[in-house]
Design a binder for this molecule. Structure first.
Ligand code: SAM
Length: 240
């Protein structure tokens, strides 16, 4: 049967304000007290962020470019973007995540300023907001590792909305629904670990591509990031 996912958003919000916040803050931060799986996920996610920044910089300097970081988490992407002079609007459904991102960004930008970096930097604007209610226009919209929390029908609407906010580019990452990963996930569901508080939805690249096509966008670049426990497809879409 088709997943409706009616209350996914409330569950996700609650999770990322509580146990999920603690878990992901640890994974995304530099703390030592992570297990082997968490360390592997940290490395995989860092590669996704790095590759997203590479895609962003391919078209030239980010100085003064407006970027919307939808579902910013603890600011793993917003911080390096701000350091490169981008004008960042960062938001997340979780108030705990936004507070952490804001705190880390202030610390990091202060350190960069003390290093007398020649790049003019702007403090990102942080907001507690689900991406469905974001408005405004941005040169680029980025949404990393958020779609995994939503079934395809929800993801379609999210992609359409994000595309409507972007003037030039939309960069998305998602967990690809390939046979191998689907299998791993099913095995994972048979043996759920203690920290598995939310569902993970995989997306077929063709479905993501179709959602973009339906709103007049096409994929320009594709990348795949894999470690032992982390899988992500990274795509850059542009108006067709
Ligand atoms: N994008 C960040 C990164 O890659 O470092 C964080 C990724 S984390 C796995 C997923 C984030 O998406 C969480 O911070 C969560 O609160 C946020 N999120 C989930 N659903 C959301 C929604 N509907 N709107 C905005 N943020 C959402």
């Amino acid at each position: 049967a088709e997943e409706v996912g009616g209350d996914d958003k409330e569950v996700v919000k609650e999770y990322f304000n509580s146990t999920g916040f603690q878990r992901w803050r640890k994974i995304y931060g530099g703390m030592d007290d992570v297990n082997r799986v968490q360390l592997d996920i940290r490395i995989g996610h860092a590669k996704t962020v790095e590759n997203a920044i590479k895609m962003l910089c391919d078209e030239g300097s980010l100085q003064g470019v407006t970027v919307c970081d939808a579902g910013c988490g603890t600011g793993c992407l917003s911080i390096p973007l701000a350091k490169q002079g981008a004008i960042v609007s960062a938001s997340d459904i979780s108030a705990a995540m936004v507070a952490e991102a804001e705190k880390l960004t202030k610390e990091e930008l202060q350190t960069s300023r003390n290093d007398l970096s020649p790049t003019p930097m702007f403090m990102p604007k942080f907001e507690i907001k689900d991406l469905e209610s974001l408005d405004g226009k941005y040169d680029t919209v980025v949404c990393l590792d958020v779609l995994i929390h939503y079934p395809q029908n929800k993801a379609n609407a999210m992609i359409a909305h994000l595309a409507s906010l972007a003037e030039n580019r939309l960069i998305l990452s998602f967990a690809p629904k390939t046979f191998y990963y689907d299998l791993l996930k099913r095995i994972g569901e048979l043996f759920p670990g203690p920290s598995k508080a939310t569902r993970a939805y995989l997306h077929a690249e063709a479905d993501i591509e179709r959602a973009l096509k339906n709103v007049g966008w096409k994929i320009r670049k594709r990348g795949l990031i894999t470690t032992q426990f982390y899988f992500a497809k990274l795509i850059e879409a542009v108006p067709a």
